[in-house]
Design a protein around this ligand. Structure first.
Ligand SMILES: NC(=O)c1ccc[n+]([C@@H]2O[C@H](COP(=O)([O-])OP(=O)(O)OC[C@H]3O[C@@H](n4cnc5c(N)ncnc54)[C@H](OP(=O)(O)O)[C@@H]3O)[C@@H](O)[C@H]2O)c1
Length: 321
């Protein structure tokens, strides 16, 4: 079948590890289903895979892609939940120490077909396109859990999103606005801040700018470049929810501020299957849509990954079959 994969990792030149070609059709084990992929979205995770980060050397060749929407053999339209827990794990799948994300241990979604455990598909809302549904499993699910499961925010409170145009950031802006939060956003460039405004941000600021007042919660995926600003922006007792560190670990944890202002730092990763179902339902009820900056045929995956690598992406990039 057609597939976009890494033959072997390349830590220094991830694009050199990319192969757009053919891989064997998957065999469907008992308890698993085949999804004929209609759309898949690109994540920074795919660049980590090309670099060999978070994946064992013996797992290659590995088909890229964590996110997908597609059709089961019986015609059911589904969204893939990419957190693969072990068979006997019960409860929150993200807490299974043996869990993996699609394309770490099991082949990913940038292909004609992907196989997943039967529990790892959720029905796609009929009114949601495959392209939009393909954004839900990773960036949007991560944003949903950060905001609604981890932050403890109440409608009417003020949230700061670090980063204006990223996949997780744009999801946080749309979800926060829909839930009645005052959404403040930092972004590095005027055009990216304009994206945030269009999606529902109440105010946008240059990265690192002093805010008019302190906020109830900060949503972090950037890491070193924004961490001190995040800690300085919180009201006493406020919370920073962290799901990524694109620019690496902060040089200072800001411990004095942490204890003196009784701040809370909460980690968040992906979300459960039940949270994905709730997210899809919230999008259906609220007529919410992901911001798709570009939609390309899957055979042009190299263009999509290069845009992500060079910071040229806005919102989500979707690959279609
Ligand atoms: N834990 C999880 O389950 C999980 C799930 C999804 C993603 N993640 C991680 O979260 C991070 C973001 O993912 P994504 O898909 O949203 O990536 P993305 O689409 O590439 O977005 C990156 C964001 O980071 C901001 N940014 C990058 N460098 C910056 C800098 N030097 N200063 C200020 N802002 C900077 C960008 O801001 P501008 O808008 O200003 O360009 C943009 O909003 C990644 O590290 C990813 O691996 C983790």
């Amino acid at each position: 079948m057609f597939a976009v994969y890494a033959d072997a990792p390349n830590p220094d030149d991830p694009m050199a590890a990319l192969v757009i070609g053919e891989r064997p059709d998957p065999v469907v084990p008992p308890g698993w289903v085949r999804v004929s992929v209609r759309a898949a979205s690109v994540n920074l995770h795919d660049l980590w895979t090309l670099r060999g980060v978070g994946i064992k050397a013996e797992a290659f060749p590995m088909i890229l892609g964590c996110d997908a929407a597609g059709v089961l053999d019986d015609g059911t339209e589904v969204v893939v939940h990419p957190v693969i827990s072990t068979d006997d794990w019960r409860g929150d799948e993200t807490l299974d120490p043996q869990r993996s994300l699609l394309s770490e241990r099991h082949q990913g979604t940038f292909a004609d077909q992907v196989i997943v455990p039967t529990r790892n598909v959720v029905p796609k809302p009929a009114a949601m396109s495959f392209a939009k549904a393909a954004c839900m499993g990773k960036a949007w699910l991560t944003a949903y859990r950060m905001l609604f499961v981890k932050s403890g925010m109440q409608p009417g409170q003020t949230m700061l999103v670090q980063g204006a145009s990223g996949g997780v950031s744009t999801a946080l802006i749309v979800l926060g606005h829909a839930a009645g939060m005052r959404v403040w956003v930092t972004g590095r460039q005027a055009d990216k801040r304009a994206v945030a405004t269009r999606l529902g941000a109440d105010q946008v600021f240059e990265s690192g700018a002093r805010l008019p007042e302190r906020v109830d919660a900060v949503f972090e995926t950037v890491g070193q470049a924004t961490w001190s600003h995040s800690m300085r922006s919180l009201r006493p007792g406020g919370v920073v929810v962290v799901s990524g560190a694109t620019t690496g670990d902060p040089t200072s944890a800001e411990l004095q501020r942490l204890f003196f202002l009784q701040l809370r730092v909460i980690g968040s990763t992906m979300g459960t299957r039940a949270e994905l179902a709730d997210l899809l339902s919230f999008c259906e009820i609220g007529h919410l849509e992901p911001y798709i900056g570009a939609e390309l045929p899957m055979a042009s995956a190299d263009q999509a990954l290069r845009a992500l690598l060079e910071g040229d992406a806005e919102g989500k990039i979707v690959l279609t079959r």
